[in-house]
Design a binder for this molecule. Structure first.
Ligand code: ADP
Ligand code: MG
Length: 258
């Protein structure tokens, strides 16, 4: 087994263990409900761009949902709104019954800390080691766990034992994405929002990263939303929605959905 390799075998027990140092509470993912959500951007030429246009969606706890659609169809916008990284212009976004559109700035920041994000371009801080990148989101906050210890555990769980103190520039794309996934898990999220997480990886490396995401879903009961162009990703999800011009144009449950 190539520890630290792009496709290092992920140890399920380590992922489970990482759930919360000591505590072994069963986790459930977040439940998400969107009602008539609209987000309109202004282009620099002043044209209104409806990135999301009246989207209603119920996502049960622990579901794996692929968000598909062409470039520009609104996938990232949907993830950003559910992650409270951006504000809707209209509609309601409830997560576990809490309406995100009614939160104040501080409450939104607290909410965001409970959500894991994984981006296409990894977005690691280049001057920080893998370990410090994983710690970064919780660095300013008091936590119930030892940050460094937990970061090391998560890095081991994503197959990066021995690479904890390397800078991102020393790591391959797949390894950098694994660091980003470990970072997304540091705050004990109950939902993972992954925006084209394999978009910058070759197919073999990408499938290793996907394995990891689905493994996390299976062991931690996370709600998992993946924006993707890749039919292979969609095929692995319990449900696939397609967006076109900011509208949901299809919504299908896989036959094997549980
Ligand atoms: P996708 O992720 O499916 O490629 P996006 O959600 O990024 O789609 O974008 C949806 C639409 O909104 C596109 O037309 C895009 O150009 C527009 N858009 C996204 N973000 C902005 C922004 N910050 N300012 C202006 N237009 C934007
Ligand atoms: Mg996008």
């Amino acid at each position: 087994m190539a520890s630290g390799g792009d496709n290092a075998v992920v140890r399920t027990s380590a992922l489970l263990e990482g759930a919360a140092d000591g505590e072994q509470e069963p986790m459930t993912g977040n439940t998400v409900r969107l009602v008539d959500v609209t987000k309109i951007y202004q282009s620099s030429a002043g044209v209104r761009v409806p990135a999301l246009d009246g989207v209603s969606l119920d996502i049960p706890a622990g579901q794996t949902l692929a968000v598909t659609g062409r470039s520009g169809s609104g996938k990232s916008t949907l993830l950003h709104l559910i992650g409270a990284m951006d504000l809707a212009d209209r509609g309601e976004i409830d997560v576990d019954g809490q309406d995100l559109t009614k939160l104040g700035d501080r409450q939104r920041a607290t909410y965001r800390r409970g959500i894991g994000f994984v981006f296409q371009r990894f977005h690691l801080l280049p001057a920080l080691t893998a370990c410090d990148n994983v710690v970064a989101p919780v660095l300013p906050f008091r936590t119930s766990f030892n940050k460094q210890e937990r970061a090391l555990k998560l890095l081991a769980a994503v197959g990066l034992e021995g690479r904890e103190h390397d800078l991102p520039s020393k790591l391959s794309g797949g390894q950098q994405q694994r660091v980003a996934i470990a970072r997304a898990l540091i705050g004990e999220p109950r939902m993972l929002l992954a925006d084209e997480p394999t978009g910058n990886l070759d197919s073999v490396t990408g499938s290793g990263v996907l394995e990891l995401l689905f493994e996390l879903h299976a062991t931690r009961g996370l709600t998992l939303l993946i924006a993707t162009h890749d039919p292979a990703v969609a095929a692995r999800c319990q449900r696939v929605i397609a967006l076109r011009d900011g509208k949901v144009v299809s919504d299908e449950q896989a036959a094997s959905a549980s």
